[in-house]
Design a protein around this ligand. Structure first.
Ligand SMILES: C[S@@+](CC[C@H](N)C(=O)[O-])C[C@H]1O[C@@H](n2cnc3c(N)ncnc32)[C@H](O)[C@@H]1O
Length: 233
């Protein structure tokens, strides 16, 4: 579907039904909140109110196909609950924590989760904080969309994962360049070579591009990663 088309395409509704099943009504309520107070509170752009399904909800929900049953998922830099809330709606078997530093976003998330009566935890904090690592580390999966360049994401996410756990970073057209540019920095943080996968091809057009990094080592940062602070050079 074209980027600027409103969400009135029948195939979107069909995909929503397939992805959310008996939680479709809840997903509809989340879409309505996102298009209303999500816009007025500045959580999504003012022009995105009539495109919340195509731009936000469906392309986040399809990440579910990359996540194993019963996984503990930490959504880093959740903002308006993306991708964490669509995942929670699509996959009630997942244990989901939304991590977000900004108080007004945390307040919005808490009120939405209350209204939807979804058993999702909201934590106010930054991924790199010691308290967050201590209390919320050991996740099976860390998700992130539109939070930071890949090297910085890896520096924040890998310490929050168990060994063997995976960072799933939703990326746009920069994905391939980030994988090439940041592979060495990711390795320095104890991550596998980043690889790009596409998901949701039967539900969203274009498919969602995800960069996957596995935590392969429990070691701390290498001298190189310490020197660059995981930031882009
Ligand atoms: C551009 S928004 C994206 C929000 C949401 N993931 C989405 O796709 O719509 C980036 C979010 O990351 C959060 N953030 C920035 N630095 C962070 C950090 N160090 N740890 C956790 N969250 C962070 C911001 O507060 C903001 O809500």
């Amino acid at each position: 579907m074209a980027d600027d088309a409103p969400d009135n395409d029948e195939s979107l509704l069909e995909s929503a039904g397939e992805l959310f099943g008996d939680r479709l009504q809840l997903a509809n309520r989340y879409a309505a909140l996102l298009a209303d107070t999500g816009v007025t509170h500045g959580l999504i752009g003012p022009k995105e109110g009539d495109r919340v399904w195509s731009r936000h909800i469906l392309n986040c929900a399809v990440l579910a196909e990359l996540i194993e049953p019963g996984a503990r998922v930490l959504d880093m830099g959740s903002g308006a609950g993306l991708p964490g809330i669509p995942l929670a709606l699509a996959r009630p078997d997942l244990e989901i924590v939304l991590l977000e530093p900004l108080a007004r976003r945390v307040d919005w998330l808490c009120s939405v989760l209350d209204e939807l009566d979804l058993p999702v935890t909201v934590v106010r904090g930054r991924a790199e904080e010691r308290m967050v690592r201590r209390e919320w580390g050991g996740a099976d999966v860390v998700t992130a969309r539109a939070v930071a360049p890949l090297a910085r994401l890896a520096g924040w996410a890998l310490p929050l994962l168990r060994t063997g756990g995976r960072l799933l970073a939703i990326k746009g057209s920069s994905a391939a360049a980030e994988v090439t540019r940041d592979g060495a920095a990711v390795h320095g943080f104890g991550g596998s070579p980043p690889r790009m996968v596409q998901c949701g091809g039967t539900h969203v057009d274009p498919p969602t591009t995800v960069v996957v990094v596995e935590r392969t080592a429990s070691r701390g940062r290498t001298p190189e990663a310490r020197r660059t602070g995981g930031r882009q050079r």
